[in-house]
Write a new protein. Structure first.
Length: 506
C-alpha cells in the first residue's frame, strides 16, 4: 500500500533520554490517524521530527513514497505538511487574515505594498472551501479559543498542507468546540486531507480516528483500526495492565460547610483582574469541582486559597474562621492540604530525597525535628510507611524526587498531603501528565477523602474527570462562577455552554 507518510525506525535520543525508540508510523490518504500515549511517551517528539523541528538520531522518512530529509519546517511545508501546535502561534493584536497570510503576504506595485484586499479575498475563499467560517477582519484577541484553532488550521491550509498534524487539539476547547472540531476533521478528510491527531484522551480516539498507534515510553506498542478496539484495550496498551476506567463513588449526604468563599477578587501576574467577586462553598463529605477553559482564573483562585497570591478583597473562611490573611504555613496547620497543578514548581524539591519531600511543611515539627535537629531515622521510617501505603515505585526512600516518574512524583505529593489528614483537600489538575493507571490511583484516593467526610475542592481542565468525581460542579468563566450544578444534572452540553459564558438553561 502507498502511504502519504511513512516513518521507519525513527530513533531520537536527547541527553540521558531515548524519546523515540525505533518507531514505525504510517499515514494513509484521507484518514485520521491518532498517536495515543501519555505526556512524555514520545508522541510530540515524533511529530516534531516529521515537521522538521527536530532531526532524528536515526531512521528514514518517506512522503508519498519519496525518501526525504526534513531539517526545518519550511521543507515540511514545501512537502505539504502543516502542524497546529498545542499552544497556538498567533499574533494577538493582528486580524485573522493578517495571521493567516503572515510570511506569505500577497503584494502589489512590484512587491512594495501589501495587498490586503486580496489577502482577505483569499482567506474567505479558503475558509468557504473547507467549511471553516471565520471573520477575516476580527482580531485574534477578540475571538474564542475554538475560533483561534480554526485560524491555525487555515494557516496550514493556506500554505498548501495536505497532511495536517494537530497536537492535543482539544486541550483548551469546550465540549461544543470539540464536537465542531470533529465535524471540521471529517470535512477535511472528505476533501482528501490526511490528519495526524496527537492525544492522550481515549474518547477522542474512538470518535475522531480511523486508526490509532499507541506509544509507551518511546516505543510503539501497536497500531489498530479504531473500529476493532475499545477504550479498555487502549488503556491496557498504554500502561501495560488492565485499568478500571470507572470511578466508583458511594452515595453520601454532605455535611456542614467547611470552606466558604465570598466576593473574592484578585489580580493576575500582569496586575489585571483575574478573580472578579466569585463566591462558592465546599461541604464536608463532598467534592466540588471547578470546571472551565484554561485561563479563566483557576490558577489564581488556588493560589489565593493557599496564600501563594494575595487577595485584593473578599472573604475566605475555613470552618467559620477567616483565613484570608493566614500564611501558607498557618493554612497547612489549620487543616488544608494542597495538591498543586505544577508538581515540580510547587509540590516537590526535586533534588531532595523522597523521605525529605514527604515531610515538607512539617519538617520543623516533632517527631521529624526537635530543637532544630532533624531526626532522620524517624523521617525514613515515616517515608517507608507512606511508600508502602501509596504504592510509590522507587528503589528506596533516599533517591532524589527528580529521579521518579511523573506518576510516582504525584503519589509522593498525595501521600504527604493526605497523611496530614486535612479537613479540606485542594486538588489542582491532579492527574495532569499521568498515565491512565496513575489516574485510576489518584481518583481513588480523592474519593476516599470525600468518603471519610473531608471537603475536596477539585480544579481540573478535564471535563471527563470533573463529571466522574464531582458531587457539584462550579463553572468558572472570566474570573467568576457563572453557575453551580449538581453532578446528577450535569451534561457536557450544559457545562460547555457555561464554560463559554452562557447560562445553564441556554
Amino acid at each position: 500500500m502507498d502511504y502519504v507518510v511513512e516513518m521507519k525506525n525513527i530513533t531520537k535520543i536527547f541527553p540521558g533520554v531515548v524519546a523515540n525508540d525505533n518507531v514505525d508510523f504510517t499515514l494513509k490518504k484521507g484518514e485520521t490517524h491518532v498517536l495515543l500515549g501519555e505526556n512524555g511517551a514520545g508522541k510530540t517528539t515524533l511529530m516534531n521530527i516529521l515537521y522538521g523541528l527536530y532531526l532524528p538520531t536515526s531512521g528514514e522518512i518517506y512522503i508519498h513514497g519519496e525518501k526525504v530529509s526534513i531539517d526545518n519546517p519550511n521543507i515540511a511545508i514545501e512537502k505539504g505538511i502543516g502542524m497546529v501546535h498545542q499552544h497556538f502561534m498567533l499574533v494577538q493584536p493582528f486580524t485573522i487574515a493578517e495571521n493567516i497570510i503572515l510570511g506569505t503576504e500577497p503584494s502589489k506595485f512590484f512587491g512594495l505594498n501589501l495587498d490586503m484586499k486580496k489577502a482577505i479575498e483569499d482567506v474567505i475563499e479558503i475558509s468557504d472551501k473547507y467549511g471553516l467560517a471565520v471573520d477575516p477582519n476580527a482580531k485574534i484577541q477578540d475571538i474564542s479559543v475554538g475560533m483561534q484553532q480554526r485560524v491555525e488550521i487555515l494557516k496550514a491550509l493556506y500554505r498548501g498542507a495536505d497532511i495536517l498534524i494537530l497536537d492535543e487539539p482539544t486541550a483548551v476547547l469546550t465540549p461544543q468546540e470539540i464536537d465542531e472540531l470533529g465535524v471540521i476533521l471529517d470535512n477535511l478528510k472528505n476533501q482528501g486531507k490526511s490528519i495526524i491527531l496527537i492525544t492522550h484522551k481515549l474518547k477522542e480516539v474512538m470518535t475522531m480516528s480511523d486508526r490509532v498507534t499507541v506509544i509507551r515510553r518511546g516505543k510503539v506498542i501497536g497500531t489498530l483500526n479504531t473500529q476493532d478496539t475499545n477504550t479498555d484495550e487502549l488503556a491496557e496498551f498504554m500502561v501495560g495492565r488492565k485499568v478500571n476506567l470507572v470511578v466508583e463513588k458511594e452515595d453520601k449526604e454532605p455535611g456542614d460547610v467547611i470552606l466558604e468563599v465570598k466576593n473574592l477578587e484578585a489580580l493576575d501576574n500582569r496586575h489585571l483582574p483575574a478573580l472578579k467577586g466569585l463566591s462558592f462553598n465546599v461541604r464536608a463529605g463532598e467534592i466540588l469541582a471547578i470546571a472551565g477553559v484554561d485561563g479563566n482564573g483557576q490558577t489564581e483562585l488556588v493560589e489565593v486559597l493557599t496564600h501563594l497570591r494575595k487577595a485584593k478583597s473578599g472573604i475566605i473562611e475555613l470552618n467559620g474562621k477567616d483565613i484570608a490573611k493566614c500564611s501558607t504555613k498557618e493554612i497547612i496547620d489549620i487543616g488544608v492540604g494542597h495538591i498543586p497543578e505544577d508538581r515540580h514548581k510547587r509540590g516537590l524539591v526535586l533534588n531532595h530525597s523522597l523521605a525529605e519531600n514527604m515531610i515538607l511543611g512539617n519538617h520543623r515539627e516533632e517527631p521529624y525535628s526537635k530543637n532544630g535537629i532533624m531526626d532522620y531515622k524517624k523521617i525514613h521510617e515515616h517515608a517507608l510507611e507512606l511508600i508502602k501505603e501509596f504504592d510509590v515505585r522507587t528503589p528506596n526512600e533516599e533517591v532524589a524526587a527528580k529521579s521518579l516518574s511523573g506518576g510516582n512524583q504525584q503519589k509522593v505529593i498525595i501521600a504527604r498531603e493526605i497523611n496530614r489528614d486535612p479537613m479540606l483537600l485542594i486538588a489542582s489538575q491532579p492527574t495532569r501528565g499521568l498515565d491512565v493507571g496513575a489516574i485510576e490511583f489518584v481518583h481513588r484516593r480523592i474519593v476516599e477523602q470525600r468518603n471519610r467526610g473531608k471537603a475536596v475542592l477539585l480544579v481540573s481542565l478535564e471535563l471527563d474527570e470533573v463529571m466522574a468525581l464531582a458531587d457539584r460542579i462550579a463553572v468558572i468563566y472570566d474570573g467568576n462562577i457563572v453557575g453551580i450544578v449538581d453532578s446528577k444534572d450535569a451534561t457536557e452540553r450544559k457545562l460547555g455552554i457555561m464554560m463559554a459564558g452562557g447560562k445553564a438553561d441556554d
